[in-house]
Design a protein around this ligand. Structure first.
Ligand code: NAG
Ligand code: NAG
Ligand code: NAG
Ligand code: NAG
Length: 433
């Protein structure tokens, strides 16, 4: 259900750009103001205040495209049940009246209202409540609300940003979770434990005042399902995938190289979907893959990541219809091939942004297969003259929910295996290079 948000967002790409400007000049008046005020001194940082106590310093970023985040060095306290962060020794109050204090939602999809309405908002205060618990390590506060019910969003909005923001602490960091969901923390337990040596604190209802020597609120993110080298010089997608490989004990660093010694067969994983965008002729695809020399595995993406990542890592080619299951490419070995099958319709921007571009930052090879009218289940309902076939842009113009119901929720795929064969042959060729 929430997965639709991906499309909703990309769909209204142009509107989104407008919204960003709106957010910049509207809701974030403070960020804008400070930006002007401090730019000469702090370069690109929109908000920088050095304080009375020389060691206390806060830098907030409110003009980044995907997320707002603040870094505070010095006595920082938090009372979870009132969503308040206390900065008793920071002299920002000298400059701003109380009403101007920023509020922050620590989830990395800031212009998407659908996501952000499920994210707790935190405020700042200069009061000095008594500490009920002193911590010696920095805190990182982030939300797992938003769209994290969806697997793609879990990686894109939380896991990858969490990695780039906190890996440098080498485990010496306390996570504070807002909008905690136990099924999510159980699912991603391995990653959370690998990044922090401390049990995460469920902050929403916490009645204690936790005190920290420093704190980061929010996670840094620049692109979906990838790490932008320009904005994250210390960690790349290669590092992140290495991190996953060691966290989940994945054996293979490289995909098979065909033509080298040994007679092993390449492995093809077909991601099966059961509710929407299903393959209607899975058996036929399996047989064709086998005839081309693949060991074929047909599997539905499972929620136990420890198990499913092993399966994915054992394969050399992963194919599937566009959808969240393709997020599993993060576990493929280097040089493996992703084949993204696009349903009929106007999917180019979506396909490129969410899987093609990210796959290229992961040392993977990418192939795309666009189905024809005849391979779409829509052929059973509409004639070839219908606008759904003749004029996909006009369907898109009728709005997101119409587009979604036509092309995403009510379209299955019957691959023409003769036509598709060339794509698999190309995958084999890539594996021999
Ligand atoms: C926390 O540290 C402060 C300053 O060192 C001290 O006054 C306070 O008693 C400590 N609180 C707890 C609960 O340990
Ligand atoms: C937690 O996540 C699960 C699955 O992602 C969802 O079904 C459930 O409603 C969520 N619980 C809360 C309290 O949000
Ligand atoms: C938060 O917890 C404190 C106890 O530390 C309590 O006094 C206060 O009423 C609580 N606030 C809310 C909004 O629940
Ligand atoms: C996932 O599967 C592994 C191995 O079968 C098991 O040890 C682990 O507890 C499972 N994890 C979850 C979150 O269910």
């Amino acid at each position: 259900m929430l997965y639709d948000s991906i499309f909703a967002r990309s769909f209204s790409h142009h509107e989104l750009k407008k919204m960003r400007c709106g957010a910049f000049f509207g809701g974030l008046v403070l960020g804008f103001f400070i930006c002007i005020y401090f730019t000469p001194y702090h370069g690109p940082l929109p908000f920088g205040v050095t304080t009375r106590a020389k060691s206390s310093r806060i830098v907030c970023h409110f003009t980044e495209p995907e997320s707002d985040f603040c870094e505070m060095h010095g006595d920082t306290r938090i009372l979870g049940n009132s969503s308040t962060i206390f900065l008793p020794h920071f002299s920002v109050a000298d400059m701003f009246t109380k009403n101007n204090w920023p509020r922050i939602k620590p989830y990395a999809r800031k212009t998407d209202e659908g996501a952000m309405q499920h994210v707790r908002k935190f405020k700042f205060s200069q009061e000095m409540p008594r500490c009920t618990q002193n911590h010696s390590v920095p805190a990182v506060l982030f939300s797992i609300g938003g769209y994290t019910e969806n697997y793609f969003h879990s990686f894109s909005d939380v896991v990858i940003p969490l990695y780039t923001t906190t890996r440098k602490f080498k485990g010496q960091v306390q996570f504070l979770l807002a909008d905690k969901n136990v099924s999510w923390t159980t699912k991603f337990e391995v990653v959370l434990k690998k990044l922090s040596n401390y049990e995460a604190i469920d902050i929403d209802k916490d009645e204690g005042v936790h005190c920290f020597p420093s704190m980061i609120i929010g996670l840094k993110k620049h692109k979906d399902l990838s790490i932008d080298p320009l904005n994250s010089p210390d960690y790349s997608m290669t590092n992140f995938r290495e991190f996953l490989r060691s966290s989940y004990y994945l054996k293979r660093e490289y995909a098979i190289k065909l033509g080298s010694k040994g007679k092993k067969r390449p492995r093809l994983l077909i991601i099966s979907r059961k509710r929407t965008r299903t393959f209607m002729n899975e058996n036929e695809i399996v047989t064709m893959g086998q005839n081309l020399g693949f060991d074929v595995v047909l599997a539905e993406a499972r929620s136990n990541i420890s198990e499913f990542s092993q399966l994915v890592n054992s394969c050399d080619v992963l194919m599937g219809v566009h959808g969240a299951g393709l997020t599993n490419i993060v576990f493929l070995p280097k040089n493996a091939v992703l084949i993204q099958v696009l349903p009929f319709g106007d999917f180019e921007w979506i396909a490129r942004t969410f899987f093609e571009d990210p796959s290229k930052t992961m040392n993977l090879r990418y192939l795309e297969y666009k189905i024809s009218e005849k391979e779409s289940s829509m052929i059973q309902k509409y004639s070839l003259d219908d606008e759904v076939f003749k004029n996909p842009p006009s369907v898109a113009e009728k709005g997101w929910s119409y587009f979604k119901s036509m092309y995403l929720d009510n379209q299955n795929v019957k691959l023409d295996v003769c036509r598709f064969r060339a794509t698999l042959v190309e995958a084999l060729r890539m594996l021999s290079m």
